[in-house]
Design a binder for this molecule. Structure first.
Ligand code: BTN
Length: 274
């Protein structure tokens, strides 16, 4: 057997063993793959076919990892690529808070390594102003009810950032890059699942205020002058608050208040530096 093949098998075996010892409610069934096109695409197919809440798809690497706005999510080995299948019984509007749940879990996990992590609304986690993780939410709503939500997480763990294309390298970082040494993949995963479980519990209990208050202590978006590209317009102004559904409140230069559900957010103070 080739060295590469042994490495692939070891990952799948070790991760399956690891999943058996997880005392966390939100992890019901961890489906482990060596390589997938996209864990989100596989999770969506499984969810569509009825996979239960708490099914998680994880892969050592992805060949066609997807980011927000149809961007490519470069997914070399050394990263964490996983997708949760969730079926929360809440109003569809509140799904905007699921990226908050995921971002908080990531932030807390990263901070357990002594790094300071911040959240950039809506879906980015950063260390030293550079992106270290992203979240891709995809859902199916039938009528007003959520059939499923897939929460995809891409986390730059033990990735040498020179493996990223030159266009994203200056804006990206990884745990190994920040710490100067690799961290244990499964240890990271364990802490992350515990954190995700506790924030998701608050979410299903509809304790939205607690999630939002915690999020506010970790974001670096509020108070900043930003430019947001939504699906229909480009807006500019000061991000001054978040509402109960995680929508961003922006005060434009003309003093208008805009409520933004989702978009691509750029910080003015970084526009010409990255
Ligand atoms: C973004 O910041 O644009 C979101 C990136 C999300 C990437 C993750 S990796 C695991 C999951 N599968 C995908 O294809 N995408 C998400």
């Amino acid at each position: 057997m080739s060295k590469r093949c042994m490495k692939e098998r070891a990952f799948v075996k070790k991760t399956r063993e690891f999943s058996k010892k997880l005392p966390i409610d939100v992890v019901k069934n961890l489906l482990v793959f060596d390589e997938l096109d996209s864990t989100n695409s596989t999770a969506k197919e499984l969810a569509h076919d009825g996979a239960e809440e708490g099914t998680i798809v994880i892969a050592r690497k992805q060949n066609q990892g997807r980011g927000r706005f149809d961007r490519i999510w470069q997914s070399p080995e050394g990263g964490v690529y996983l997708s949760f299948i969730l079926r929360p019984r809440i109003s569809a509007e509140k799904t905007s808070l699921l990226p908050f749940v995921a971002a908080l879990a990531l932030t807390k996990t990263i901070e357990s390594y002594g790094l300071h992590a911040t959240i950039k609304w809506p879906n980015d986690v950063r260390v030293n102003g550079k992106k270290i993780a992203g979240i891709l939410l995809e859902s199916e709503v039938i009528g007003h009810a959520i059939n499923y939500v897939v929460v995809g997480i891409g986390m730059n763990l033990n990735i040498d950032i020179t493996h990223f294309s030159t266009d994203i390298q200056p804006r990206s970082t990884s745990i190994i890059h920040e710490l100067g040494s690799p961290v244990d993949y499964h240890e990271f995963l364990r802490t992350f699942f515990i954190q995700f479980g506790s924030f998701y519990k608050l979410f299903v209990e509809q304790q939205y205020d607690r999630i939002i208050d915690e999020w506010k202590t970790h974001t670096d978006t509020l108070g900043k002058t930003i430019r947001v590209q939504t699906s229909t317009e480009t807006l500019q102004g000061i991000a001054f608050d978040i509402d109960q559904s995680g929508f961003l409140l922006l005060r434009t230069e003309r003093g208008e208040i805009k409520k933004i559900m989702s978009g691509d957010c750029l910080y003015f103070d970084e526009l010409y530096h990255t």
